[in-house]
Design a protein around this ligand. Structure first.
Ligand code: DUC
Ligand code: ZN
Ligand code: ZN
Length: 458
């Protein structure tokens, strides 16, 4: 018995675009063909529309304490907003408490996530305390289904030093784990910040001045240097600067498995936003850089040196951003984007900035391959999960806080008009979003266990 047939659409994968019908049974794609009919199956006519794999947002911080604030989206509102933007899998971070085991940190989070999740979810673990016991637990975490570990090179309470990063890289090589880094140089940031504050330079612009391009680039170079030393793969999260990207390109040209992710906010805005009256709403780390970096990031995507685009979704309410109106160091760091990722990247494809196949590759197929959930996730193929977005290339939407679904009271994307927008989202064959409305169920999302050893070739 077939549950659902999607007819007459243009199917777009990372490698092909073609007209075909899809048949779905038990949450899986079971047939791709022409003229599919099945009595009793629900039928969706996608004539004139694009049929895409659901996006994977490989970088979100839901309900996460950051300093005195907690990021505004709960697991429920965050994954609900994800569904409404065509994201069918999110990767959240389980932050390891001091002395805590890696699997224990994830299990704690799964318990809270499970009843609330509106789409499927997976985890990276943020390692904050790399004891010998934790190093010895790498294999167990890989086997358990969380093979990717993030290390922060900045942020008091979270950051690790170069020795820890080196140990983690060395161990990742033999255990099949993938190390990811938030790359910025904390010593440079600290001294620059003190100097700026002492000079009374306190506005949001100085958040950028305290950690400009070279501060990020230095840390990227250092992390890549260490990864090369152990010939270990490395994933750089939220890459935002031209010079750091050049180092990624160089290492990849030399044959190293260095992967880079960037975010929509770095692709759409420049550091000029920090001069705006609402500049503090754009405060995130690494900060949004200058035009040269933005141009380089787009080139990096088109060349394949940036393999993924994810959001770093970590919104804070206006009143929390306002804590820093007289001191940029008091602004909670983070921007929103979970609902904007796919519409924005597909809108860019619709404008000819990249191909639709490339947009699918970087938003869905590559994250699934890198983090070990392909081909169940990230593509349209027989046997894959029926995580499907129907996209209307003619539908115009102007983004506004009112038509978004996140729990935050503003959006940095306010007023941005997109031509082309998702009209339906299916999560494992279940309709969860229809024409501006969430129509799914909290608790529907399931925990996706990933495999180690990423499957993306260099
Ligand atoms: N950067 C942010 O801006 N927010 C959350 C964490 C991060 O790395
Ligand atoms: Zn980060
Ligand atoms: Zn982050």
């Amino acid at each position: 018995m077939i549950d659902l047939i999607i007819k007459n659409g243009t199917i777009i994968t990372a490698s092909e675009s073609y007209l075909a019908d899809l048949a779905i049974r038990g949450g899986k794609i079971v047939t791709i063909g022409q003229g599919l009919e099945h009595p009793g199956a629900e039928t969706v006519d996608a004539l004139g529309k694009y049929v895409l794999p659901g996006a994977i947002d490989a970088h979100v911080h839901l309900e996460t304490p950051v300093g005195a604030a907690v990021s505004a989206d709960t697991y429920e509102t965050g994954t609900l907003a994800a569904a409404c933007g065509g994201v069918t899998t999110v990767f959240d971070f389980a932050v390891q408490g001091k002395g805590q085991g890696l699997v224990e940190a994830v299990e704690e989070r799964v318990k809270i996530f499970k009843p609330q999740a509106c789409v499927d979810f997976a985890f990276h673990t943020a390692i904050t305390d790399l004891t010998p016991a934790v190093l010895a637990e790498f294999e167990k975490s890989v086997t358990y289904g969380v093979p990717s570990f993030k290390l922060y090179m900045v942020y008091k309470d979270l950051m690790v030093d170069d020795g820890v990063l080196a140990d983690a890289l060395e161990k990742s090589k033999e255990s099949g784990a993938l190390i990811a880094v938030h790359a910025e140089n904390p010593a440079l940031i600290e001294r620059r910040t003190q100097r700026l504050l002492a000079a009374g330079k306190t506005s949001a612009w100085y958040h950028y001045e305290s950690r400009p391009e070279f501060v990020e680039a230095e840390a990227i170079k250092r992390a890549i240097h260490l990864a090369k030393a152990f010939n270990a793969p490395l994933y750089i999260v939220h890459l935002a600067c031209k010079e750091g990207l050049a180092e990624v390109t160089k290492a990849r040209d030399e044959g190293y498995k260095i992967y880079a992710e960037t975010c929509p906010q770095y692709l759409n805005f420049t550091n000029e936003v920090y001069q705006r009256k609402d500049g503090r709403n754009f405060v995130c780390s690494p900060p949004i850089k200058g035009q040269e970096s933005q141009d380089a990031l787009w080139d990096g995507i088109r060349r394949g040196d940036i393999q993924t685009v994810a959001t770093d979704h970590c919104p804070f309410q206006s009143f929390e951003k306002d804590w820093g109106k007289d001191d940029f160091t008091k602004i909670p760091n983070g921007c929103m984007g979970i609902e904007n990722l796919y519409p924005y990247m597909l809108g860019a494809a619709n404008r000819g900035k990249l191909s639709f196949n490339k947009a699918v590759e970087i938003c869905a197929t590559n994250p699934a391959k890198i983090f070990g959930c392909a081909p169940e996730k990230g593509t349209i193929a027989v046997g894959s999960d029926a995580d499907i977005v129907i996209y209307d290339p003619a539908k115009k939407v102007t983004i506004s806080q009112q038509n978004m679904h996140s729990a935050v009271d503003y959006t940095i994307w306010e007023g941005v008009t997109l031509t082309g927008y998702p009209v339906l989202t299916f999560s494992r064959g279940q309709l969860v979003y229809k024409e501006g409305q969430f129509v799914g169920q909290p608790g529907w999302g399931k925990f996706v266990k990933c495999r180690g050893r990423n499957e993306l070739s260099n």
